[in-house]
Ligand binder design. Structure first.
Ligand SMILES: *Cc1c(COP(=O)(O)O)cnc(C)c1O
Length: 427
């Protein structure tokens, strides 16, 4: 499949039936897999042979879907997880331990910010947060001798900052560490960060990849390009023996293309068990079959809605990198030439109170804690998803306290606009 274009990979990637096999990806709803001899099974446990034995570690349905995403991102190996939170946790924890340090863009998803700044900090991993559009020198200055990775989001949720992927990757590589990027909002249809130098790509598949708000899920894709051996002193987990698997060295045994994901499955999935269900992977696959059709529609609708809001007298500001004059317009043109995503943010004249009034008068746009599915939805982060953050923390993360986040769906755009227009009339 890797020779095909992304649209073909969306529809047919990951699973290629041979003669007489089901045309549609089968749901292997089984926790366990049977072997003729204990010796055969033992080889799997020793990582001496590949195969399935217990769905906590791996499941064929999930692996087919991971393969599709891997091809779409242009990676070397991939895994699915039970959530985007698990994906970002595993992606970082796979290469950072107590005593280590990670540099992250401050403009990231609220859940990830909490994971990094509270929970992983309790595990002894320190984070330095930088402005998403910091200069190369500012990013460089945040790196310490014990820094193990740089982290950012292609399009930040909900700040909608577009990150300079090449610059972040360059500074990471200068310092012998990988650049991990959460590509949830752009999806591989609109941006393939590995082509711009990113080393590891993560996803909350809950969003556009699923596309219908049916299943929470996550994924990690490895580019296979980061040379762990060249920086062996920084990454002993990949370059020295793992005693829990009879002393295998991941980077040696599985090569640069397979080491990172194999270690992540063999150690973190084994011990934390954030496994996706085969049924959810099946639904995710159905969603991904139309990803390349949905994304252009989300983008076209969002562009029209952004232009409508931008021209409306009761709207104070609109942020969407597709709008000329937006702070991220140029970066968007470079990294997201075919469109960014369906999510935009805006504030209304009259601040927080007017925003609440506006929300009450919407009929088609639904108030939900979700973005990036087929249905248009809206949220006021400061009073919901980000409520545990102070105003200063919100602003540091690029979230104005009066900001509303609108996720434009794939309905007829005239209906979305007239719903917004009516609600604006009410304030
Ligand atoms: C939603 C989201 C997450 C968290 O994913 P879940 O699937 O909700 O656990 C992480 N990163 C980004 C950019 C997101 O939008």
């Amino acid at each position: 499949m890797s020779d095909f274009k992304n649209g073909t990979k969306c529809v047919q990637g990951g699973y290629t039936p041979t003669t007489g096999e089901p045309r549609v990806l089968p749901i292997i709803q089984s926790t366990t897999f049977k072997y003729d001899t204990s010796e055969d099974m033992g080889k799997l446990f020793d990582l001496e042979a590949s195969g399935y034995f217990y769905t906590r570690l791996a499941n064929p349905t999930c692996d087919h879907v991971a393969k599709k995403l891997c091809d779409l991102e242009g990676g070397s190996a991939a895994m699915l997880l039970s959530s985007g939170q698990a994906a970002n946790f595993f992606a970082v924890f796979n290469i950072a331990s107590a005593g280590d340090h990670v540099v992250s863009s401050a403009a990231i998803y609220g859940g990830t910010f909490n994971l990094f700044s509270v929970t992983m900090k309790r595990m002894g991993i320190d984070f330095t947060f930088v402005e998403p559009d910091c200069t190369e020198d500012e990013l460089r200055a945040a790196i310490k001798p014990n820094t193990k990775a740089i982290f950012g989001e292609t399009i930040a949720n909900p700040a909608l900052a577009v990150i300079d992927i090449e610059m972040y990757a360059k500074v990471a590589h200068e310092n012998g560490i990988p650049f991990i990027i959460d590509n949830t909002f752009a999806t591989p249809v609109n941006c393939r960060p590995i082509e711009w130098g990113a080393d590891i790509v993560t996803h909350s598949t809950t969003k556009y990849l699923d596309g219908h708000a049916t299943s929470v899920g996550g994924a990690i894709v490895d580019s296979g390009k980061f040379d762990w051996f060249k920086h062996a002193d920084k990454f002993p987990g990949l370059t020295t023996p793992d005693e829990s698997y009879h002393g295998i060295v991941y980077a040696e045994k599985f090569g640069l293309g397979g080491a990172y994901i194999t270690k992540c499955v063999a150690q973190l999935m084994r011990d934390f068990g954030s496994s996706p269900s085969a049924f959810n992977a099946f639904l995710l696959n159905l969603g991904m079959e139309t990803l390349h059709v949905r994304m252009p529609k989300h983008c076209a609708n969002a562009q029209k809605v952004a232009e409508f809001l931008n021209a409306h007298e009761k709207v104070a500001w609109v942020q969407y990198c597709g709008l000329k004059g937006d702070k991220y317009y140029e970066l968007g043109k470079k990294y997201l030439p075919n469109g960014s995503c369906g999510v935009l943010s805006f504030g209304v004249q009259g601040g927080r109170k007017a925003a609440e009034e506006f929300m009450k008068n919407l009929k088609l746009c639904a108030i939900v804690t979700h973005v990036a599915d087929a249905r248009t939805s809206i949220l006021h982060p400061a009073s919901s998803t980000h409520r545990q953050m102070t105003d200063d923390e919100l602003r540091a993360g690029g979230v104005a306290p009066d900001m509303m986040r609108l996720s434009v769906g794939i309905e007829d755009v005239e209906d979305i606009i007239s719903d917004l227009e009516n609600a604006l009339k009410a304030i």
